[in-house]
Ligand binder design. Structure first.
Ligand code: R5P
Length: 294
């Protein structure tokens, strides 16, 4: 085809080059945002390291009282000192988190069917902007289902939330959902994370995969990595380390913290990788030491 002559076919992610338009701000892609946005993002990403440990316990919005989250009132006091951000529903936050909690809040604002339904990809915006402001949210989290049946409605949800949140300088967190019949490949995550970023989110949450550094390079805002299904602690720490080495700016981890017998020590060990540059082996040793007498 003559019109392809001279076109560039191979992609080049320049993974060795740092993001070029960050100015002196510590959050990727946020240098041109206003003071309010930067303040919220600084409540999420530590300005010293540029990274964050988010504790995700929003699973109840579709899973009910999932194992490990039966008693938020008992779990949360053990964890809050070890994380930077709580990611949760407004119901969990209002009922189980003291308002004198001084760290970041990522408020889950999209909601949908329960796990009793075959197709979870059709969600609605369940929390309006006024209540998000009342909750003093630092980011509004919306689930996005690229390639699923509910793709269009989830993109509609995300657009509405970004439009409303932008009026009040509140960042948006796009959560890349992966259906059970979808493959966790770098091709899929490059597609999904970039679409979500181009729609205007300020943070993307996704999963770790092969060639993760290319996923990160092609995404102009910070990526935080979900933990996924519970793994043995050593493997979860290895995944966290690889994600940070690949350019993630933090973990947004749920089950691998709250389903651990030693949830607080696990959160603490993740924090050592995220903020203190521990290797996976060092974090594992730290975790073993911390849990020896527990
Ligand atoms: C999923 O819908 C939620 O956003 C969870 O917060 C997310 O999957 C992270 O939790 P986990 O580390 O358990 O995968």
């Amino acid at each position: 085809m003559a019109d392809l002559d001279g076109n560039k076919i191979e992609k080049n992610y320049y993974t060795e080059k740092a993001f070029a338009t960050n100015g002196n701000f510590h959050v990727k892609g946020a240098a041109n945002l206003d003071w309010g946005m930067k303040k919220h993002l600084t409540n999420i990403f530590n300005p010293r390291t540029g990274n964050t440990v988010m504790f995700a316990f929003d699973h109840g919005y579709f899973m009910g009282s999932v194992s490990g989250l039966e008693r938020l009132d008992l779990l949360l006091p053990r964890l809050v000192d070890h994380v930077d951000v709580l990611m949760a529903t407004r119901g969990a936050l209002r009922s189980c988190v003291k308002p004198n909690f001084r760290k970041g809040i990522a408020l889950r604002v999209s909601s949908g069917s329960s796990m009793l339904n075959d197709d979870l990809s059709h969600e609605v915006v369940a929390v309006d902007i006024e209540d998000s402001i009342r909750m003093n949210a630092d980011a509004l989290a919306v689930q996005v289902f690229i390639g699923a049946r509910g793709q269009l409605s989830s993109i509609d949800n995300l657009s509405k939330v970004i439009n409303a949140a932008s009026r009040y300088s509140i960042p948006t967190l796009g959560v890349v959902a992966v259906g059970k019949d979808m493959e966790r490949t770098d091709q899929y995550f490059k597609l999904a994370t970039r679409i979500v970023a181009e729609m205007g989110v300020n943070i993307v949450k996704t999963y770790y995969c092969d060639k993760f550094e290319e996923v990160v390079a092609a995404c102009p805002v910070p990526i935080v990595v979900a933990g996924g299904k519970k793994l043995p602690e050593k493997e979860a720490l290895e995944m966290a380390y690889r994600a940070m080495q690949g350019g993630a700016r933090g973990l947004d981890m749920g089950r691998n913290i709250f389903q651990s017998v030693h949830a607080a020590q696990m959160a603490d060990a993740i924090g050592k990788i995220v903020h203190r540059k521990f290797t996976a082996a060092e974090a594992w040793e730290y975790y073993c030491e911390a849990t020896k007498t527990k």
